[in-house]
Design a protein around this ligand. Sequence first.
Ligand code: NAI
Length: 292
Amino acid sequence: MGEIRSVGVVGGGQMGSGIAQLAAVNGLQVWLHDSDSASLSKAMNNISSRIQTLITKGHLTKEKGSEALRNLRCTSSLEDFCCVDIVIEAIVESEEVKKKLFVQLDKIVKPSAIFASNTSSISITRLASATSRPSQVIGMHFMNPPPVMKLVEIIRGANTSEDTFNATKFLAERLGKKIICSKDFAGFIVNRILMPMINEAFHALYSGVATKEDIDDGMKLGTNHPMGPLELADHIGLDVCLSIIKVLHAGLGDTKYAPCPLLVHYVDAGRLGRKNGIGVYEYGGDKFKEIK
Ligand code: NAI
Protein backbone atom coordinates (compact mmCIF):
# COMPACT_ATOMS: atom_id res chain seq x y z
CA MET A 1 0.00 0.00 0.00
CA GLY A 2 1.73 3.20 -1.19
CA GLU A 3 1.35 6.79 -0.11
CA ILE A 4 -2.11 8.28 -0.48
CA ARG A 5 -2.14 10.96 -3.17
CA SER A 6 -5.74 11.02 -4.29
CA VAL A 7 -9.04 10.94 -2.42
CA GLY A 8 -12.62 10.34 -3.47
CA VAL A 9 -15.09 11.94 -1.07
CA VAL A 10 -18.70 10.74 -1.23
CA GLY A 11 -21.30 13.10 0.25
CA GLY A 12 -21.04 16.85 -0.14
CA GLY A 13 -22.87 17.84 3.06
CA GLN A 14 -21.34 19.57 6.06
CA MET A 15 -18.73 16.86 6.61
CA GLY A 16 -17.93 15.73 3.07
CA SER A 17 -17.43 19.28 1.78
CA GLY A 18 -15.14 20.05 4.73
CA ILE A 19 -13.09 16.87 4.23
CA ALA A 20 -12.75 17.57 0.49
CA GLN A 21 -11.59 21.13 1.23
CA LEU A 22 -9.07 19.95 3.83
CA ALA A 23 -7.62 17.33 1.50
CA ALA A 24 -7.38 19.75 -1.46
CA VAL A 25 -5.68 22.44 0.67
CA ASN A 26 -3.16 19.82 1.79
CA GLY A 27 -2.15 18.96 -1.76
CA LEU A 28 -4.18 15.82 -2.44
CA GLN A 29 -6.07 15.29 -5.68
CA VAL A 30 -9.74 15.22 -4.73
CA TRP A 31 -12.91 14.00 -6.40
CA LEU A 32 -16.14 15.00 -4.65
CA HIS A 33 -19.41 13.21 -5.39
CA ASP A 34 -22.95 13.67 -4.09
CA SER A 35 -26.01 11.84 -5.39
CA ASP A 36 -27.92 15.13 -5.23
CA SER A 37 -26.74 17.63 -7.84
CA ALA A 38 -27.97 20.66 -5.88
CA SER A 39 -25.98 19.51 -2.81
CA LEU A 40 -22.92 19.00 -4.99
CA SER A 41 -23.01 22.52 -6.42
CA LYS A 42 -23.73 23.97 -2.99
CA ALA A 43 -20.70 22.07 -1.64
CA MET A 44 -18.42 23.42 -4.39
CA ASN A 45 -19.67 26.99 -3.80
CA ASN A 46 -19.19 26.67 -0.05
CA ILE A 47 -15.66 25.32 -0.47
CA SER A 48 -14.61 28.13 -2.78
CA SER A 49 -16.08 30.82 -0.55
CA ARG A 50 -14.41 29.28 2.54
CA ILE A 51 -11.07 29.18 0.68
CA GLN A 52 -11.60 32.81 -0.33
CA THR A 53 -12.20 33.71 3.35
CA LEU A 54 -8.99 31.91 4.36
CA ILE A 55 -7.11 33.97 1.76
CA THR A 56 -8.74 37.23 2.88
CA LYS A 57 -7.88 36.50 6.50
CA GLY A 58 -4.27 35.69 5.57
CA HIS A 59 -4.49 32.01 6.62
CA LEU A 60 -3.77 30.84 3.07
CA THR A 61 -1.75 32.47 0.28
CA LYS A 62 -3.54 33.29 -2.96
CA GLU A 63 -1.33 30.73 -4.77
CA LYS A 64 -2.13 27.98 -2.24
CA GLY A 65 -5.83 28.80 -2.47
CA SER A 66 -5.82 28.58 -6.26
CA GLU A 67 -3.83 25.35 -6.10
CA ALA A 68 -6.40 23.88 -3.66
CA LEU A 69 -9.24 24.74 -6.05
CA ARG A 70 -7.31 23.16 -8.95
CA ASN A 71 -6.85 19.99 -6.85
CA LEU A 72 -10.60 19.64 -6.42
CA ARG A 73 -13.06 18.25 -8.96
CA CYS A 74 -16.69 17.38 -8.50
CA THR A 75 -18.49 14.60 -10.29
CA SER A 76 -21.98 13.19 -10.58
CA SER A 77 -20.53 9.78 -11.49
CA LEU A 78 -18.85 7.37 -9.08
CA GLU A 79 -17.01 5.88 -12.09
CA ASP A 80 -14.56 8.79 -11.71
CA PHE A 81 -13.40 7.22 -8.44
CA CYS A 82 -11.78 4.27 -10.27
CA CYS A 83 -8.19 5.36 -9.60
CA VAL A 84 -8.32 7.06 -6.19
CA ASP A 85 -6.10 5.74 -3.38
CA ILE A 86 -8.76 6.18 -0.70
CA VAL A 87 -12.50 6.78 -0.62
CA ILE A 88 -13.84 8.72 2.35
CA GLU A 89 -17.56 8.19 2.69
CA ALA A 90 -19.57 10.97 4.39
CA ILE A 91 -23.15 10.24 3.37
CA VAL A 92 -26.27 9.86 5.48
CA GLU A 93 -25.82 7.99 8.82
CA SER A 94 -27.61 4.81 7.73
CA GLU A 95 -25.98 1.38 7.75
CA GLU A 96 -28.13 0.19 4.87
CA VAL A 97 -27.34 3.17 2.62
CA LYS A 98 -23.62 3.11 3.46
CA LYS A 99 -23.39 -0.63 2.73
CA LYS A 100 -25.15 -0.14 -0.60
CA LEU A 101 -22.62 2.54 -1.51
CA PHE A 102 -19.67 0.32 -0.52
CA VAL A 103 -21.03 -2.53 -2.65
CA GLN A 104 -21.21 -0.15 -5.61
CA LEU A 105 -17.75 1.34 -4.97
CA ASP A 106 -16.20 -2.10 -4.55
CA LYS A 107 -16.90 -2.81 -8.22
CA ILE A 108 -15.50 0.54 -9.41
CA VAL A 109 -12.52 1.51 -7.26
CA LYS A 110 -9.09 -0.10 -7.81
CA PRO A 111 -8.50 -3.17 -5.60
CA SER A 112 -5.67 -1.60 -3.58
CA ALA A 113 -7.74 1.41 -2.45
CA ILE A 114 -8.86 1.96 1.13
CA PHE A 115 -12.51 2.56 2.03
CA ALA A 116 -12.79 4.92 5.00
CA SER A 117 -16.09 5.78 6.60
CA ASN A 118 -16.72 9.04 8.42
CA THR A 119 -19.57 7.34 10.28
CA SER A 120 -20.25 8.70 13.75
CA SER A 121 -21.43 5.44 15.22
CA ILE A 122 -22.00 2.53 12.81
CA SER A 123 -19.97 -0.69 13.01
CA ILE A 124 -16.95 -0.63 10.69
CA THR A 125 -16.84 -4.42 10.77
CA ARG A 126 -20.38 -4.61 9.38
CA LEU A 127 -19.72 -1.94 6.71
CA ALA A 128 -16.57 -3.85 5.73
CA SER A 129 -18.56 -7.06 5.34
CA ALA A 130 -20.37 -5.50 2.38
CA THR A 131 -17.09 -5.34 0.43
CA SER A 132 -14.60 -7.84 -0.96
CA ARG A 133 -11.79 -5.94 0.83
CA PRO A 134 -12.61 -5.98 4.57
CA SER A 135 -8.94 -5.61 5.51
CA GLN A 136 -8.94 -2.25 3.69
CA VAL A 137 -11.99 -0.77 5.42
CA ILE A 138 -11.55 1.61 8.36
CA GLY A 139 -13.35 4.30 10.33
CA MET A 140 -11.96 7.81 9.85
CA HIS A 141 -14.20 10.00 11.96
CA PHE A 142 -13.56 13.71 11.44
CA MET A 143 -15.10 16.30 13.74
CA ASN A 144 -17.31 19.16 12.57
CA PRO A 145 -16.10 21.32 10.84
CA PRO A 146 -13.28 19.13 9.44
CA PRO A 147 -10.98 21.98 8.33
CA VAL A 148 -11.04 23.46 11.85
CA MET A 149 -11.36 20.67 14.40
CA LYS A 150 -8.08 19.06 15.40
CA LEU A 151 -9.23 15.47 15.97
CA VAL A 152 -9.71 12.37 13.84
CA GLU A 153 -10.97 9.25 15.58
CA ILE A 154 -9.70 6.10 13.85
CA ILE A 155 -11.65 2.88 14.20
CA ARG A 156 -10.29 -0.50 13.21
CA GLY A 157 -12.89 -3.07 12.19
CA ALA A 158 -12.37 -6.73 13.10
CA ASN A 159 -10.50 -7.32 9.83
CA THR A 160 -8.73 -3.98 9.28
CA SER A 161 -5.07 -4.59 8.42
CA GLU A 162 -2.09 -2.87 10.00
CA ASP A 163 -1.18 -1.43 6.56
CA THR A 164 -4.63 0.15 6.25
CA PHE A 165 -4.36 1.58 9.77
CA ASN A 166 -0.89 3.00 9.14
CA ALA A 167 -1.84 4.58 5.80
CA THR A 168 -4.95 6.16 7.34
CA LYS A 169 -3.03 7.45 10.36
CA PHE A 170 -0.38 8.92 8.04
CA LEU A 171 -3.09 10.63 5.99
CA ALA A 172 -4.80 12.09 9.07
CA GLU A 173 -1.47 13.45 10.29
CA ARG A 174 -0.72 14.91 6.87
CA LEU A 175 -4.05 16.73 7.14
CA GLY A 176 -2.79 18.22 10.41
CA LYS A 177 -4.91 16.12 12.75
CA LYS A 178 -4.25 14.49 16.10
CA ILE A 179 -5.59 10.96 16.11
CA ILE A 180 -7.24 8.82 18.76
CA CYS A 181 -8.03 5.12 18.28
CA SER A 182 -11.25 3.40 19.22
CA LYS A 183 -12.42 -0.19 19.17
CA ASP A 184 -15.41 -0.90 16.99
CA PHE A 185 -18.29 -0.40 19.46
CA ALA A 186 -21.37 1.71 18.74
CA GLY A 187 -20.56 5.43 18.91
CA PHE A 188 -16.81 4.76 19.37
CA ILE A 189 -15.31 7.17 21.95
CA VAL A 190 -16.60 10.67 21.21
CA ASN A 191 -20.25 10.02 20.45
CA ARG A 192 -20.62 7.37 23.13
CA ILE A 193 -19.96 10.13 25.63
CA LEU A 194 -21.36 13.17 23.78
CA MET A 195 -24.71 11.82 22.54
CA PRO A 196 -26.09 10.70 25.94
CA MET A 197 -25.39 14.26 27.15
CA ILE A 198 -27.21 15.79 24.18
CA ASN A 199 -30.12 13.35 24.63
CA GLU A 200 -30.29 14.25 28.34
CA ALA A 201 -30.38 17.96 27.46
CA PHE A 202 -33.44 17.22 25.27
CA HIS A 203 -35.02 15.31 28.18
CA ALA A 204 -34.40 18.31 30.45
CA LEU A 205 -36.08 20.59 27.91
CA TYR A 206 -38.90 18.09 27.29
CA SER A 207 -39.74 17.73 30.96
CA GLY A 208 -39.64 21.49 31.52
CA VAL A 209 -36.63 21.55 33.84
CA ALA A 210 -35.42 24.78 32.24
CA THR A 211 -35.42 26.89 29.09
CA LYS A 212 -33.16 25.96 26.18
CA GLU A 213 -30.99 29.01 26.92
CA ASP A 214 -30.55 28.08 30.58
CA ILE A 215 -29.70 24.47 29.69
CA ASP A 216 -27.06 25.68 27.24
CA ASP A 217 -25.72 28.39 29.56
CA GLY A 218 -25.56 25.85 32.38
CA MET A 219 -23.12 23.71 30.41
CA LYS A 220 -21.25 26.60 28.80
CA LEU A 221 -20.70 28.73 31.87
CA GLY A 222 -20.93 25.98 34.46
CA THR A 223 -18.69 23.37 32.87
CA ASN A 224 -16.68 25.42 30.39
CA HIS A 225 -18.08 23.79 27.24
CA PRO A 226 -17.65 26.13 24.25
CA MET A 227 -21.21 25.33 23.09
CA GLY A 228 -24.28 24.25 25.03
CA PRO A 229 -25.59 20.73 24.23
CA LEU A 230 -28.72 21.98 22.41
CA GLU A 231 -26.75 24.50 20.39
CA LEU A 232 -24.22 21.76 19.59
CA ALA A 233 -27.02 19.40 18.52
CA ASP A 234 -28.20 22.08 16.05
CA HIS A 235 -24.61 22.42 14.81
CA ILE A 236 -24.25 18.65 14.27
CA GLY A 237 -27.73 18.26 12.76
CA LEU A 238 -30.69 16.89 14.76
CA ASP A 239 -31.22 14.14 12.15
CA VAL A 240 -27.58 13.07 12.52
CA CYS A 241 -27.87 13.14 16.36
CA LEU A 242 -31.03 11.03 16.24
CA SER A 243 -29.44 8.45 13.92
CA ILE A 244 -26.40 8.17 16.21
CA ILE A 245 -28.53 7.82 19.36
CA LYS A 246 -30.55 5.06 17.66
CA VAL A 247 -27.31 3.22 16.82
CA LEU A 248 -26.16 3.54 20.45
CA HIS A 249 -29.54 2.25 21.66
CA ALA A 250 -29.53 -0.73 19.29
CA GLY A 251 -25.82 -1.49 19.64
CA LEU A 252 -25.38 -1.14 23.41
CA GLY A 253 -28.82 -2.51 24.31
CA ASP A 254 -29.54 -0.22 27.27
CA THR A 255 -32.77 1.79 27.54
CA LYS A 256 -30.72 4.74 28.84
CA TYR A 257 -29.80 5.37 25.19
CA ALA A 258 -33.43 5.55 23.97
CA PRO A 259 -33.90 8.79 22.00
CA CYS A 260 -35.83 11.57 23.75
CA PRO A 261 -39.32 11.95 22.17
CA LEU A 262 -38.72 15.70 21.75
CA LEU A 263 -35.68 15.07 19.55
CA VAL A 264 -37.69 12.58 17.48
CA HIS A 265 -40.52 15.11 17.23
CA TYR A 266 -38.20 17.89 15.99
CA VAL A 267 -36.70 15.65 13.31
CA ASP A 268 -40.18 14.50 12.23
CA ALA A 269 -41.10 18.17 11.91
CA GLY A 270 -38.10 18.83 9.64
CA ARG A 271 -36.22 20.82 12.28
CA LEU A 272 -32.73 19.61 11.42
CA GLY A 273 -30.64 22.40 12.96
CA ARG A 274 -28.39 25.05 11.51
CA LYS A 275 -28.18 23.32 8.12
CA ASN A 276 -31.81 24.09 7.29
CA GLY A 277 -32.22 27.17 9.47
CA ILE A 278 -34.34 25.66 12.23
CA GLY A 279 -33.66 23.16 14.99
CA VAL A 280 -33.91 23.82 18.71
CA TYR A 281 -33.20 27.43 17.74
CA GLU A 282 -34.10 29.34 14.62
CA TYR A 283 -31.26 30.79 12.55
CA GLY A 284 -31.93 33.93 10.59
CA GLY A 285 -29.04 36.29 9.86
CA ASP A 286 -26.64 36.19 12.80
CA LYS A 287 -29.17 36.02 15.57
CA PHE A 288 -30.79 33.24 17.52
CA LYS A 289 -34.55 33.55 17.68
CA GLU A 290 -36.74 31.77 20.15
CA ILE A 291 -39.22 29.23 18.76
CA LYS A 292 -42.53 29.25 20.59
P1 NAI B 1 -25.37 16.03 5.64
O1 NAI B 1 -26.82 15.72 5.75
O2 NAI B 1 -24.92 17.44 5.81
O3 NAI B 1 -24.80 15.53 4.22
C1 NAI B 1 -24.98 14.23 3.71
C2 NAI B 1 -24.81 14.32 2.19
O4 NAI B 1 -24.74 12.99 1.67
C3 NAI B 1 -25.97 15.03 1.49
O5 NAI B 1 -25.46 16.06 0.67
C4 NAI B 1 -26.64 13.93 0.67
O6 NAI B 1 -27.17 14.41 -0.56
C5 NAI B 1 -25.49 12.97 0.44
N1 NAI B 1 -25.88 11.59 0.19
C6 NAI B 1 -26.81 10.87 0.87
N2 NAI B 1 -26.85 9.61 0.37
C7 NAI B 1 -25.91 9.55 -0.62
C8 NAI B 1 -25.48 8.51 -1.49
N3 NAI B 1 -26.00 7.28 -1.46
N4 NAI B 1 -24.49 8.80 -2.39
C9 NAI B 1 -23.96 10.04 -2.45
N5 NAI B 1 -24.34 11.05 -1.65
C10 NAI B 1 -25.30 10.80 -0.73
O7 NAI B 1 -24.64 15.07 6.70
P2 NAI B 1 -23.26 15.29 7.47
O8 NAI B 1 -23.53 16.03 8.72
O9 NAI B 1 -22.25 15.80 6.51
O10 NAI B 1 -22.92 13.79 7.90
C11 NAI B 1 -22.40 12.86 6.98
C12 NAI B 1 -21.76 11.71 7.73
O11 NAI B 1 -20.73 12.22 8.62
C13 NAI B 1 -22.71 10.91 8.61
O12 NAI B 1 -22.30 9.57 8.61
C14 NAI B 1 -22.50 11.53 9.99
O13 NAI B 1 -22.84 10.66 11.03
C15 NAI B 1 -21.00 11.82 9.96
N6 NAI B 1 -20.55 12.87 10.85
C16 NAI B 1 -21.31 13.99 11.06
C17 NAI B 1 -20.86 14.99 11.91
C18 NAI B 1 -21.67 16.22 12.15
O14 NAI B 1 -21.37 16.99 13.07
N7 NAI B 1 -22.70 16.50 11.35
C19 NAI B 1 -19.57 14.87 12.62
C20 NAI B 1 -18.82 13.68 12.27
C21 NAI B 1 -19.32 12.72 11.44
